[in-house]
Design a protein around this ligand. Structure first.
Ligand SMILES: [Zn+2]
Ligand SMILES: [Zn+2]
Length: 281
């Protein structure tokens, strides 16, 4: 049974629905032993989202950290860790270090949710909604979109600021039945493989994110073939449900466990003070 969850949102994220205490109660009920709260970290000053905000306000950051520490003390049957999901755009590699340097994080994941400099001044929040996704594709074709996404993701990986890459292939979120692009096409596979090569080279890990199962693409982030390629490169993995409400805390974990066992992954990574620990699946 999967006993860890390293991608969890609470209502500190603007798109999170449940208070932290409720999320923790559900995690305990589900039998989880280690959880990392990873709310959306504030964007660097002066940056915004095009479609809608998800990150916590800068003024909330202290309260967020303190509440996790308090809950950690209060709950001895579950190991609660301090994490964050940090948005990455080109240039952020220079801004993020100063923002995180005084925080004693256990774990930091990096994700790309916005293609910078496209469509609008704030970029294109390609994963925000189907409407925003389709509007963006009026100006650029899907191949250009995924190429630019993976290009930005490679900059995230090379920044070495993160312990793990969140939802590696989230660019497929609205790609129901390969409507916009085919994951089997040579150009697409090449983009993904280059990311995996860089992940291997930089020694960071990959996240299995089960939220994709409940999005229009109806598949894990990343797809099974990507996980196989990752294992071939001996890339280590962790898991997260990326839940935005307490009831979804282990949504998709049974399915993910079957996939992991089928592919041959035997252990997952958790982080404490940004150092790896291994947990058997
Ligand atoms: Zn994300
Ligand atoms: Zn998330």
């Amino acid at each position: 049974m999967i006993q860890i969850n390293n991608h969890i949102h609470t209502n500190f994220s603007k798109d999170g629905k449940s208070p932290m205490q409720k999320v923790i109660a559900e995690a305990k009920k589900a039998g989880l032993k280690i959880i990392t709260i990873t709310d959306h970290f504030p964007l660097p000053q002066g940056f915004t989202y095009q479609a809608g905000d998800s990150y916590m306000a800068r003024e909330q950051l202290n309260e967020y950290i303190q509440l996790i520490l308090v809950e950690k003390e209060r709950n001895k049957r579950i190991d609660i860790r301090l994490g964050a999901e940090i948005d990455f755009r080109p240039g952020f590699e220079k801004l993020i270090p100063a923002q995180i340097k005084d925080i004693n994080f256990d774990y930091i994941i990096g994700g790309v949710h916005t293609i910078a400099g496209w469509n609008t001044k704030a970029g294109w929040d390609f994963d925000y909604s189907k409407e925003v996704w389709e509007k963006g594709l009026e100006k650029i074709n899907a191949k250009k979109a995924y190429k630019e996404y993976y290009n930005q993701l490679r900059q995230l990986i090379s920044s070495k600021l993160f312990d793990a890459v969140a939802h590696l292939d989230i660019i497929k979120k609205f790609n129901t039945d390969s409507k916009y692009f085919d994951e089997n096409e040579e150009d697409y596979r090449k983009e993904v493989m280059e990311c995996l090569d860089l992940i291997e080279k930089n020694g960071i890990i990959l996240e299995i994110n089960t939220s994709g199962l409940f999005r229009p693409c109806r598949a894990l982030f990343p797809s099974e073939w990507v996980l196989k390629e990752a294992l071939n490169r001996k890339i280590e993995i962790t898991i997260g449900s990326d839940c935005h409400k307490a009831g979804d805390i282990v949504r998709g974990f049974d399915y993910a466990e079957k996939v992991l066992k089928k592919i041959g992954y035997k252990r997952l990574v958790a982080f404490k003070k940004r150092k790896k620990e291994y947990v058997v699946v």
